[in-house]
Write a protein that binds this ligand. Structure first.
Ligand code: PGA
Length: 258
């Protein structure tokens, strides 16, 4: 596997944080951090609450910062109170969307099946998908990490074409590492990213697997990013807490340049 052929993607997941005014302030702070630096070694994405999308895209204009949503519904339109469709996102110029985050699975009843539906709807609309998979602590302790992430990956990608895989990033996020300060060791992250890459190879081809960006997420921060991103199968990060602080987010972006 040749890591150099894949683009690293460092994506912030702001979750339910930042009013529009605060969001613009944070984007301006990130822009100030990257100003005059060579950040061409990775793609920079910030995934933000729906109400922040337009002001964040405005603020990010002319910078390398790309913008994503944190979820999307699978229907084109209709009686789905509170939901947002893929075409609504593309209509305002959103490029990325996170799908299947463990918080959506845990608190909002999302399943592998709805994750698959959302993934297909997003890809059909032309969005780039950051597809999240990951085991709980219980599943890790039961020794079923590989089976869990393999199943999640397989179901999420049902009906996704090889061509569409160019717009799929997979984020391995062990649930026990999210927001807990408990990071997977770089070896654990590398091992499971490799498992996921093998699933993609079996579903499509080794060429597709080699071209697919697989991120690690779960308490990645300014201190541990270097080691995690140094692993052969870890092609970037999906970052929650540390993406809310411009200097920390920049430190991770800078770790991805090597
Ligand atoms: P964390 O969140 O970096 O705060 O652990 C990661 C995520 O949920 O994507």
């Amino acid at each position: 596997m040749n890591k150099a052929t894949r683009k690293a993607v460092i994506a912030g997941n702001w979750k339910m944080n930042k009013t529009p005014a605060e969001a613009v302030e944070l984007i301006n702070a990130i822009k100030a951090e990257i100003e005059g630096k060579d950040v061409s070694g990775c793609e920079i994405v910030t995934c933000v609450p729906y109400v922040d999308l337009v002001p964040v895209m405005e603020a990010a204009k002319g910078s390398p910062i790309k913008v994503g949503a944190e979820n999307v519904h699978f229907a084109a339109s209709g009686a789905y109170t509170g939901e947002i469709s893929a075409s609504m996102l593309t209509a305002i110029g959103v490029e990325y969307v996170i799908i299947g985050h463990s918080e959506r699975r845990q608190y909002f009843g999302e399943t592998d099946v709805t994750v698959n539906l959302r993934t297909k709807a997003a890809l059909e609309a032309g969005l780039k998908v950051i597809l999240c998979v990951g085991e709980t602590l219980e599943q890790r302790e039961q020794g079923i990490t590989d089976e869990t992430v393999s199943l999640q990956t397989k179901v999420a990608l049902l009906g996704v074409t090889e061509e569409q895989m160019k717009n799929v990033i997979i984020a391995y996020e062990p649930v026990w590492a999210i927001g807990t300060g408990k990071t997977a060791t770089s070896d654990q992250a590398d091992e499971v990213c490799d498992v996921i890459r093998n699933v993609v190879a079996a579903l499509y081809s080794s060429a597709v697997a080699e071209a697919t960006t697989i991120q690690y997420g779960g308490s990645m921060n300014a201190k541990n990013a270097d080691e995690l991103l140094g692993k052969v199968n870890v092609d970037g990060g999906l970052i929650g807490g540390a993406s809310l602080k411009a200097p920390d987010f920049y430190a991770i972006i800078s770790a991805a340049q090597k």
